[in-house]
Design a protein around this ligand. Structure first.
Ligand code: MEV
Length: 386
């Protein structure tokens, strides 16, 4: 454990999914990138026989006496291979995490207790003082829960000396990142049931990546793609939306599976076009333009793919009138938008054409803002965990 005077600070970013939300749950390729909004954990030892958690953005503080947690400590098979949560210890942890504030709050407390009792158990539960703050709006499709799980897992693994930063550059080693990712994924299952794993993976490894069934490939040759994020401020639940899509797929597989296939194909095509944009070579075939003569043509393909995917997501049943409004308003100004994350509200993004030097030049912003949306600015991908 960290010395009592020592404060350990870890942060992890949120994400946007460029293409592949929902279809990634069915094993299709998805493209995602980390964003500049982060969740930060500050952790220090406490010697008063209790562990305290303060979640600033949810306005919750809770304290548990260590003896009340002792019978919830699971028997785990080492720290390197986190197994699915065990029913008996989760039953106790669920009772200890009731907040009577709401589901988001209960899940946040449960995730903390799960990671804390599982990661710290080997060293006999230490008293901790943990503070969590976040730039990420909750339930908005920007991976706030994954950033929470990732930063907590990293902080607890670091506090128990299961991972350590490389002294020369201050970064975690690859095997440490993989361990953080495994624990963050287990914690995510407590919130989302059966997530694809893309959110915790982006939050852990950062940058831009392509993801399929647990396999990641970093998108090294990414063009500088600027996006403007707009939060519709319509809250929604990822697990509810994912299970509504699942119901539809189960009821009408011949109708919904081709939509998921198309979404996967869009992600693959989009990756190809972005690589071509970055390298300056034009691909042979394209879905959108008759001839490909310049970078502008390639950008036009990217925009078309965004429009098509937005329509497919609406057909899947995860649209929302506010997201449609965002697309309509931006289209009037020649710009292309789509939802990001589970949909049903939350955030959408608009691709910023290379010739627009500042977001403020986009005349549509006042229109979007007057409809209760929040403009979150064009965000570059960022590294993590930090
Ligand atoms: C949530 O950010 C993305 C979804 O595809 C769910 C998942 O991948 O687990 C909707």
């Amino acid at each position: 454990m960290a010395e009592s005077s020592e404060v350990l600070v870890v942060s992890a970013p949120g994400k946007i999914i460029l293409h592949g939300e929902h279809s990634v749950v069915y094993g299709k390729t998805a493209l995602a990138a980390s964003i500049g909004l982060r969740t930060r954990v500050r952790l220090r030892s406490s010697s008063n026989g209790a562990t305290r958690l303060h979640l600033a953005s949810l306005d919750i503080s809770r304290e548990w006496r260590l003896e009340s947690l002792s019978h919830a400590i699971p028997i785990i098979d080492g720290i390197r291979n986190p197994a699915p949560p065990q029913a008996d210890s989760m039953l106790i942890l669920r009772q200890l995490s009731q907040s009577d504030k709401g589901d988001i709050e209960d899940s946040a407390l449960l995730v903390f207790l799960f990671l804390y009792t599982h990661i710290c158990s080997a060293s006999a539960l230490p008293g901790l003082d943990v503070e969590v703050g976040s730039d990420l709006p909750p339930s908005a499709g920007l991976g706030s829960s994954a950033a929470y799980c990732t930063s907590l897992a990293a902080a607890l693994l670091a506090a128990t000396h299961n991972i350590s930063r490389n002294p020369s550059n201050g970064r975690w080693q690859q095997e440490d990142l993989e361990l953080i990712d495994k624990w963050a994924f287990r914690a995510e299952t407590l919130i989302h049931g059966n997530p694809s794993g893309i959110d915790n993976t982006v939050s852990t490894f950062g940058g831009a990546l392509s993801y399929q069934s647990g396999h990641i490939s970093e998108l090294k040759s990414m063009p500088t793609l600027r996006v403007l994020l707009t939060n519709t401020n319509v809250p929604r639940s990822t697990s509810t939306l994912v299970s509504a899509v699942k119901d539809n797929v189960n009821k009408f597989p011949d109708i919904y599976k081709p939509i998921l296939d198309s979404m996967g194909a869009i992600a693959v095509e989009s990756k190809r076009v972005m690589e071509a944009l970055a390298s300056g070579t034009l691909p042979e075939v394209s879905v959108a333009c008759n001839t490909l003569e310049s970078k502008d043509d390639l950008f036009c393909v990217l925009e078309t793919l965004i429009d098509v995917n937005q329509q497919l997501l609406m057909a899947l049943g995860v649209g929302h009138p506010c997201l449609e409004q965002l697309c309509r308003v931006t289209r009037k100004h020649g710009l292309h938008s789509k939802l990001t994350g589970a949909g049903g509200g939350g955030c959408g993004f608009t691709v910023v054409p290379p010739d627009l030097t500042t977001c403020r030049q986009m005349g549509y912003l006042p229109n979007v803002q007057s409809r209760d949306c929040t403009h979150l600015d064009a965000l570059p991908a960022s590294e993590t965990p930090g």
